[in-house]
Design a binder for this molecule. Structure first.
Ligand SMILES: CC(C)(COP(=O)(O)OP(=O)(O)OC[C@H]1O[C@@H](n2cnc3c(N)ncnc32)[C@H](O)[C@@H]1OP(=O)(O)O)[C@@H](O)C(=O)NCCC(=O)NCCS
Length: 202
């Protein structure tokens, strides 16, 4: 059977389906408290492996899903980026259907290189190709790095869309979530982020 995963290449990254050899690096990333700071808890090895199984099933069911992200220069797995169905228990009101979520998680050693934004721009392009009407992204209000990726992608934020995550108890620091939106049509911002230029020396 042919794989349902739509592969993509960017200047620095290969976006591909998960393979068995990714599982240990994926589990190490999901167990890292720094990576999982804005989630309720790190994942165990079993939880991490079950996540890979769900990623595969999602590609087969929806024709989109999370990519395993591999660097061309080192040929190493560095995390995931991609599209995901909006979970039914999350109070996100899609303005347009069909709608998907764009998300990302990279091992901490690979932050600060623009890799998440470079890969996520491909996810937005895929959403456009698939004819999705809207892409959303949400994260804990504390997660500044993730919100910066959303803004670099040209996603927009209306504070009236923010919500309390039903799976996180009242009073918990991660309960408040922010929601960003992007619509694959003219006027909604670029799916290709503006070229990056290093900040001048202070
Ligand atoms: C969220 C996350 C993916 C963001 O990663 P990131 O590396 O900060 O984001 P980007 O890939 O867009 O990289 C942007 C940074 O790379 C820098 N950069 C360096 N070289 C670059 C280049 N060639 N091109 C673009 N940016 C570059 C940018 O200046 C920016 O740096 P800054 O953080 O100092 O402003 C990462 O922090 C993560 O995996 N967190 C844990 C999981 C998580 O919280 N996921 C989201 C939950 S919803």
């Amino acid at each position: 059977m042919t794989s349902p995963v739509v592969e993509r290449r960017t200047p620095r990254l290969l976006l591909r389906g998960f393979v068995h050899d990714d599982r240990s690096a994926f589990a190490a990333m999901n167990a890292d408290p720094a990576v999982m700071e804005h989630y309720p808890a790190p994942l165990s090895r079993d939880q991490s492996d079950a996540f890979v199984d769900r990623v595969r099933a999602t590609w087969a069911e929806h024709g989109y899903g999370l990519w395993a992200v591999e660097r061309h220069d080192t040929a190493t797995f560095i995390g995931y980026v991609g599209l995901w169905p909006v979970p039914a228990d999350v109070p996100v009101r899609a303005r347009r259907d069909p709608c998907a979520e764009v998300g990302w998680r990279l091992a901490a050693a690979h932050w600060g290189n623009g890799f998440a934004t470079e890969a996520a721009a491909q996810a937005l392009q895929l959403a456009r190709t698939l004819g999705l009407s809207e892409v959303v992204s949400f994260t804990a209000a504390t997660n500044d790095r993730s919100q910066a990726v959303m803004r670099r992608l040209g996603m927009t934020h209306d504070p009236r869309d923010d919500f309390d995550h039903p799976a996180i108890p009242p009073g918990h620091v991660l309960r408040r979530h922010v929601l960003y939106r992007w619509m694959p049509q003219p006027g909604s911002g670029p799916a290709t982020p503006a070229p990056w230029t290093p900040a001048p020396p202070a």
